[in-house]
Design a protein around this ligand. Structure first.
Ligand code: UT7
Length: 326
């Protein structure tokens, strides 16, 4: 019988070596006449560290080791891959896509490769697209990647945002399978809220027009996020015909521990079922979900057959969830 599901067969992640503590950020901001503290950042967000890529290191460079780790975990070679989707809002170039640059760095040529732009929901969007392509026979072995260098678009004169974000990459190998797999997805966007989290600048006439730096109305994002994450989770559970108590793991977008805990609580999930890695890398946008997934797979928490909920939320405004049996 033909495979009718897609299933994750390997995970990988990568954080660039330069690691800054909250104390390092406080020192950096003090030089600019701004005040912040480890206490404030930990209490409001749960973040303790973030990793910044070195100058000249781009999203595709972070994606490469994450993909190599995912391929090794899946027992696959780059030559086996027939689809590469990279979720990123900080691409190497305006064009071509980061996915094509990554394909070349992987040393393979010819397979489909493109980027998905859904900011912090990017990975769940990309995974849903890859799942659909596999289920309809358009691909059989996909690399689905989230890779970001948000340090490049941070305003270090804005303490309300620059302490929150970091750089990193995460990847999964998604393969056609006779066994599930991805069970259900739920994706949404509401462009009315595009201005609450954005980098509004563009390039025109050889110049950057408007601000190329991230800005966020944190409270507005916070309020929307808590509501939509619960709804998306309930939607995919209903679609899959599974009750919330059947869930083994919640792997949400890693932006703020308070948002993640609120979501887990609304789903009546025990706190130890929540995978939270935000303390180590801050908000890495589209990279955060596959980063957290890889950590929990490698440390032995997430095992084959476990029921896992992935969730993204962020700029656009976008949000979504994917329910899968690992
Ligand atoms: O990736 C997409 C998803 N993004 C998110 O999920 C982010 C959602 N938003 C949040 O996580 C939170 O809203 C923040 C972490 C951004 C902010 O936390 P908050 O509890 O909403 O704080 P606030 O914005 O209400 O600010 C409280 C106070 C303010 O001072 P006053 O007005 O009370 O005197 C801020 O000026 O904290 C001040 N503040 C800071 N203090 C020290 C803001 N940033 C800092 C800072 N250090 N870095």
């Amino acid at each position: 019988m033909k495979p009718v599901f897609s299933r994750i067969t390997g995970t990988g992640s990568f954080l660039p070596p330069r690691r800054l503590s909250n104390h390092d950020m406080a020192t950096m901001l003090a030089e600019r006449g701004l005040e912040t503290s480890d206490e404030w950042i930990v209490e409001r967000t749960g973040i303790r560290f973030r990793h910044f890529a070195a100058d000249g290191v781009n999203a595709s460079d972070l994606a490469l080791p994450a993909c190599q780790a995912a391929l090794a975990a899946a027992g696959r070679q780059a030559e086996d891959v027939d689809l590469i989707i990279v979720a990123t809002s900080t691409p190497d170039m305006v064009f071509p896509s980061t996915a094509t640059l990554l394909q070349n760095k992987l040393g393979v040529h010819g397979c489909a490769a493109f980027d998905v732009q859904a900011v912090c929901s990017g990975f769940v969007y990309a995974l849903t697209v890859a799942d659909a392509m596999i289920k309809t026979g358009g691909a059989s072995c996909a690399l689905v990647v989230g890779a970001e260098v948000f340090s490049r678009i941070l305003d270090f004169n804005d303490r309300t945002t620059c302490v929150l974000f970091g750089d990193g990459a995460g990847a999964v190998v998604l393969e056609a399978s006779a066994e599930p797999g991805i069970l259900a997805s739920d994706l949404h966007a509401d462009g009315r809220h595009s201005d609450i989290l954005c980098t509004p600048g563009t390039v025109a006439g050889g110049q950057v027009v408007g601000s190329p730096l991230l800005r966020m109305d944190g409270q507005a994002v916070f309020k929307l996020a808590v509501g939509v994450l619960e709804q998306a989770a309930r939607n995919v559970l209903e679609r899959a015909g599974r009750p919330p108590e059947s869930l083994h793991w919640l792997v949400p977008h890693q932006a703020n521990i308070r948002i993640m805990m609120a979501t887990a609580k609304k789903l009546k999930l025990a706190p130890d079922r929540l995978v939270a890695t935000v303390a180590e890398h801050g908000n890495t946008s589209a990279a955060s979900v596959p980063l957290a997934l890889d950590v929990a797979v490698r440390d032995g928490r997430i095992r084959r057959g476990d029921s896992v909920m992935l969730e993204g939320v962020g700029g656009g405004f976008t949000w979504g969830a994917v329910l899968l049996d690992f």
